[in-house]
Design a protein around this ligand. Structure first.
Ligand code: GTB
Length: 217
C-alpha cells in the first residue's frame, strides 16, 4: 500500500488551505512522495474506524503499509527523516531544523489557535470582548520576536527545511486576521513559502477537492 492521508470531505475554509492536511501534502510534495487521500466527513472522523487511526477524531492521518500516524508534527518529521528534501544532512543543522518545527508548533501556533477560539468558539462569552485584545497582543509579541530572529534571511536557518514548512503553515492561519501584514518581513517569508512549487501543488490539490461539485448522495 502506498501513502494514504485523510482530509476533510469539505474543509470549513472552502479551500484556503488552512486545514492541516495542507502541510502534510506540502511535505509529501517537497519529498516527492506520491500519495492518495481519503476524504472523511465530520461524522466519520468520530466513528470507530477513524478513531483507531486518530485517537482525537481529527484529520490528517497518515498510513503507509502497517504504519499509521497522526499529528502533523510527527508526520512531517517522519517524511523529513525518511526522504531527502526537508532536513539538512549536517547533524547540528538538522537538530536546529527540528527545533524550528517545535517552535512553530509549541510557541507560535498556540496563541494563533487561541485567536481562532476567541473569535469563534468563545465569541458569545461575556468576557470575549475583553479577552480578544489580550490574545492579539500575545501573538504580536511572538511575531515581533520571530521577525527579529528572521531578520532579512530567506529562511529561518540556512536552506529551506521542515522547520520553515511548519512555521509558514502555522503563520498562514493568521492571514485572514490581517495581523500577518503588520509584519512585512514575515508576510514576505510566508509568501516565499507559498511560492514554492511543492506548496503550489499541495494547495491546488486541496483546492480541487474543496471546490469540486458535491455529490447529492
Ligand atoms: N495537533 C493536531 C495536528 O497537528 O495534526 C491538530 C489536528 C486538527 O486540529 N485537525 C482539525 C480537525 O480535524 C482540522 S485542521 N478538526 C475537527 C475536529 O477536531 O473535530 C484545523 C482547522 C480547521 C478548519 C480551518 N479553517 O476552516 O480555516 C483551519 C484549521
Amino acid at each position: 500500500m502506498g501513502i494514504v492521508i485523510t482530509a476533510f470531505e469539505r474543509s470549513p475554509d472552502g479551500g484556503k488551505g488552512l486545514a492541516r492536511d495542507t502541510r502534510v501534502r506540502w511535505a509529501l510534495e517537497e519529498t516527492g512522495q506520491p500519495y492518495d487521500v481519503r476524504l472523511v466527513s465530520f461524522q466519520a472522523m468520530k466513528a470507530p474506524a477513524h478513531l483507531a487511526l486518530h485517537p482525537f477524531g481529527q484529520i490528517p492521518t497518515y498510513e503507509e503499509g502497517d504504519l499509521a500516524l497522526f499529528e502533523t508534527g510527527s508526520i512531517v518529521f517522519h517524511l523529513a527523516e525518511r526522504h531527502p528534501g526537508l532536513f539538512p544532512t549536517d547533524a547540528n543543522a538538522r537538530a536546529r531544523a527540528i527545533t524550528w518545527m517545535f517552535a512553530a508548533l509549541n510557541t507560535i501556533e498556540p496563541p494563533i489557535l487561541d485567536l481562532s477560539n476567541a473569535r469563534v468558539i468563545e465569541r458569545d462569552q461575556p468576557w470575549a470582548a475583553e479577552r480578544l485584545p489580550v490574545v492579539v497582543e500575545r501573538i504580536r509579541a511572538r511575531l515581533t520576536q520571530l521577525a527579529t530572529r528572521l531578520g532579512d534571511s530567506e529562511w529561518l536557518d540556512g536552506d529551506f527545511s521542515a522547520g520553515d514548512l511548519m512555521m509558514v503553515s502555522v503563520l498562514l492561519r493568521l492571514r485572514p486576521s490581517g495581523i500577518l501584514d503588520e509584519f512585512p518581513s514575515l508576510a514576505a517569508y510566508v509568501a516565499r513559502g507559498e511560492a514554492r512549487p511543492a506548496y503550489q501543488r499541495a494547495f491546488a490539490a486541496q483546492l480541487a477537492i474543496n471546490t469540486a461539485p458535491q455529490s447529492k448522495n
